[in-house]
Design a protein around this ligand. Structure first.
Ligand code: SF4
Length: 123
């Protein structure tokens, strides 16, 4: 288990699956340019390997973020790879645009909590 100098144990992990996003919110990208994935991003396999190592050290909760994780083609292989690790709580943060399309995949892989950033109800 990972414990800091104040005795707090490290149980929660946040993984940014990709820097890419299908939005360009002004508070996030003031220049209006869409966030894109870079060649330096870790593959689904490497990210899953890091998660597996940290689960072995006591991580129990995982939150998947971005950018926007639902735009990434790493999402499905990543979920496939971590699904057998015994993580108690897998959550995901999204802007919601692709949620209807991707929800079956999330449900199938045990994602039970979603944070939806909803800036407006005006399409
Ligand atoms: S949805 Fe999130 S990641 Fe995408 S541009 Fe807006 S604040 Fe940034």
């Amino acid at each position: 288990m990972i414990v800091d100098r104040q005795g707090r144990s490290f149980r929660s992990l946040r993984v940014s699956l990709t820097a890419a996003c299908n939005y360009a919110c002004t508070y996030c990208v003031p220049d209006g340019r869409r966030l894109v994935a870079t060649s330096e991003e870790l593959s689904a396999e490497r990210l899953a390997r890091c998660v597996a190592l940290l689960v072995a050290l006591g991580v129990e909760r995982l939150r998947i973020t971005g950018g926007e994780p639902l735009v990434s083609n790493k999402l499905e292989p990543f979920l496939d790879l971590i699904s057998g690790l015994g993580i108690k709580d897998i959550a995901l943060t999204s802007n919601g645009q692709l949620l209807a399309q991707r929800l079956p995949l999330l449900v199938r892989h045990g994602v039970r909590r979603l944070n939806i950033s909803l800036d407006t109800l005006d399409a």
